[in-house]
Design a protein around this ligand. Structure first.
Ligand SMILES: Cc1cc2nc3c(=O)[nH]c(=O)nc-3n(C[C@H](O)[C@H](O)[C@H](O)COP(=O)(O)OP(=O)(O)OC[C@H]3O[C@@H](n4cnc5c(N)ncnc54)[C@H](O)[C@@H]3O)c2cc1C
Length: 321
């Protein structure tokens, strides 16, 4: 007859102290701290770097004056490679599809049907792009409607293009496009911009930059490819057509939290509710950090800080178990 402890060991041969889901600044910062604290950790992520990997120039990552998204991702990878080994295991290229409780703690299942078990979980899965939800947007996706300026921008050299969204991502996209497009028209639904003033001023100083505020897109039109964006001026109600061949959508983000549904409480827009002092979620043993949470501000430094804060709390929690 086996003793209960032995049975658990056989059933969970790779029981980790901690599983971190996500390889953006939140997840990577937490993994570095986990290594220093010698927590047996697995970091599971589709890729390393996170959302700003598409940015040409990040000017506010502390300690670097200016770094591209790809170089930032590479520096994360280099730092992880330096700490990986017995303590920290990397499972990159894996997508988590389910997170549930089990006898030893938590069971995590990936799309490739791999299972991981851990006593504690840190969700740092960030957020993805919100799609443009107007007639024609889906039909013309990749035929003029795009969600990645650094991937598709050069295809629109010397053409008139539109950017939808007045946040940092919208203005950064406009700045990238101004390098080769004939003109860039940014459409924003509010009168005030969410983007940093420095970024707004830099874009607006460009002679080929146009901004339309207090307006909302109504339809994407075209034949084989996009020929225009129909929008409504919210003040007057007037409907106008903007002749463009490219539409770059930067309309906000949706948290990557579908696998966490049922295990951690989400808010009305599906972000994980956390205690801002500790990053704890509604479930004992589960923490969340970065853009997947109800944190007010979404920035690389904040995500990394949240990851570190979570790790400090997780460490104390594990030691008390
Ligand atoms: C275009 C753009 C430019 C930006 N520029 C700046 C800037 O200049 N300065 C700044 O401070 N901030 C910038 N930001 C914001 C910044 O990128 C985010 O705040 C930050 O990346 C959030 O980090 P995170 O670790 O919470 O999540 P993310 O960066 O979103 O990383 C999420 C990670 O989780 C992984 N993942 C997601 N779902 C799963 C799953 N189911 N299974 C496994 N892995 C999963 C992803 O692969 C990724 O590794 C920018 C954002 C964008 C979109």
């Amino acid at each position: 007859m086996r003793c209960p402890g032995r049975r658990i060991l056989l059933y969970y041969p790779h029981m980790y102290d901690l599983i971190i889901i996500g390889g953006g600044p939140a997840g990577v910062a937490a993994a570095i701290y986990a290594a220093r604290k010698r927590l047996k950790t697995a970091l599971i992520a589709e890729e390393i770097g996170g959302q700003s990997v598409v940015s040409n120039s990040i000017e506010n990552w502390i300690g670097t004056k200016d770094i591209s998204g790809t170089d930032l991702a590479q520096s994360f990878q280099t730092h992880l490679d330096a700490v990986k080994g017995d303590t920290v295991t990397l499972a990159i290229g894996e997508r988590v599809v389910a997170l549930g409780k089990n006898a030893g703690g938590f069971l995590i299942t990936t799309k490739m049907n791999k299972e991981f078990t851990a006593r504690a979980v840190l969700i740092a899965s960030g957020a993805g792009r919100r799609k443009l939800d107007v007639p024609g947007a889906e039909k013309f996706e990749n035929k003029g409607v795009t969600y990645c300026a650094s991937c598709d921008g050069p295809l629109f050299a010397d053409q008139d293009v539109a950017v939808i969204g007045g946040g940092n991502a919208g203005f950064e996209t406009a700045l990238q496009l101004l390098a080769y497009a004939k003109s860039v028209t940014l459409i924003h639904r509010h009168a005030e911009f969410k983007a940093d003033s420095v970024t707004v001023e830099k874009a607006r100083a460009h002679p080929n930059m146009h901004v339309i505020t207090h307006a909302e897109p109504i339809e994407v039109v075209g034949e084989q490819f996009v020929t225009g964006l129909v929008y409504k001026e919210k003040g007057s109600g007037e409907v106008k057509n903007l002749a463009v061949s490219g539409i770059f959508v930067e309309a906000g983000v949706i948290p990557n939290t579908s696998f966490a549904e049922g295990i951690a409480e989400l808010d009305a827009i599906r972000r994980i509710k956390t205690d801002a002092r500790s990053q704890r979620t509604s479930t004992e043993g589960v923490w969340a950090a970065g853009d997947c949470t109800d944190e007010l501000y979404h920035q690389n430094n904040i995500a990394a800080g949240d990851g570190v804060k979570a790790l400090e709390d997780i460490y104390l929690w594990i030691k008390k178990q």
